[in-house]
Ligand binder design. Structure first.
Ligand code: MN3
Length: 239
């Protein structure tokens, strides 16, 4: 078997080299601002910064249209619920059983979409890198090796039917788990803390990779911000 080393593929700083010469303003300038407490976070890098691994047009639409859409729908769902509107989206999801039934599924979908994407942008960066620190040690201890963790993550991602996410989380017993969730369901709803997550909706990869989900995961493996992933792990263990 040809092993792909998705978690172990060091990144390369090729940002910008393959920048398509396209009018970004056509996409970026037309965000509809959300009415309400929740806002679209700025990306911590430019739309073209993850090229050639994650392409500029995908990033532009994914952040400016899809993520903005989740923010807008979350604000719309919470309209008139002033106490809920004051809560962070993470706390809403952690306490989803307290959200009234008539808006609960909307908060799961749109709040989950907002939280998941806000998390996702932060665990990528142009220079990628290799797993290191406490999270690398924990992956080896839990799954036997980084390769075994990599294999399980890819298998979980490839066998997810339909749209959803693949996660590495710290569970309620402070143990690492790898699993998939459907749609925009957040691990926060189970009391789990996300450490690493991959968006496996087609909008995340179809423009560049079409139906080749595995190619997408390999490309993504080159732009993982392992500093942030390690921070996520350390903070989850300290909670
Ligand atoms: Mn997405």
């Amino acid at each position: 078997m040809n092993r792909r080393h998705f978690l172990m593929k060091g990144g390369t700083a090729l940002a910008g080299l393959f920048l398509a010469n396209m009018p970004l303003s056509l996409y970026a300038a037309h965000h509809e601002p959300a009415e309400g407490a929740h806002k679209l976070p700025e990306l911590p890098y430019a739309y073209d910064a993850l090229e050639p691994h994650i392409d500029t047009l995908t990033m532009t639409i994914h952040h400016g249209k899809h993520h903005q859409g989740y923010v807008n729908k979350l604000n719309a769902a919470l309209k008139g619920h002033d106490e809920l509107m004051k809560m962070s989206v993470e706390d809403l999801l952690r306490h989803i059983d307290k959200v009234p039934m008539d808006i609960r599924q909307a908060v799961i979908n749109s709040g989950g979409g907002h939280a998941n994407h806000s998390f996702f942008w932060k665990i990528m960066r142009p220079t990628g890198g290799m797993p290191h620190g406490e999270v690398a040690d924990a992956l080896k201890a839990r799954f036997g090796s980084l390769q075994a963790a990599d294999d399980l993550f890819d298998h979980t991602m490839l066998t997810l039917f339909g749209s959803g996410w693949t996660w590495l989380v710290v569970d309620e017993n402070k143990a690492l788990q790898i699993y998939a969730t459907p749609n925009q369901d957040s691990p926060l709803m189970k009391g789990h803390a996300p450490v690493l997550g991959l968006d496996v909706w087609e909008h995340a990869y179809y423009l560049k990779h079409q139906n080749r989900r595995l190619d997408y995961s390999v490309a993504w493996g080159k732009v993982i911000n392992w500093e942030q992933v390690n921070t996520n792990y350390v903070e989850a263990m300290a909670r």
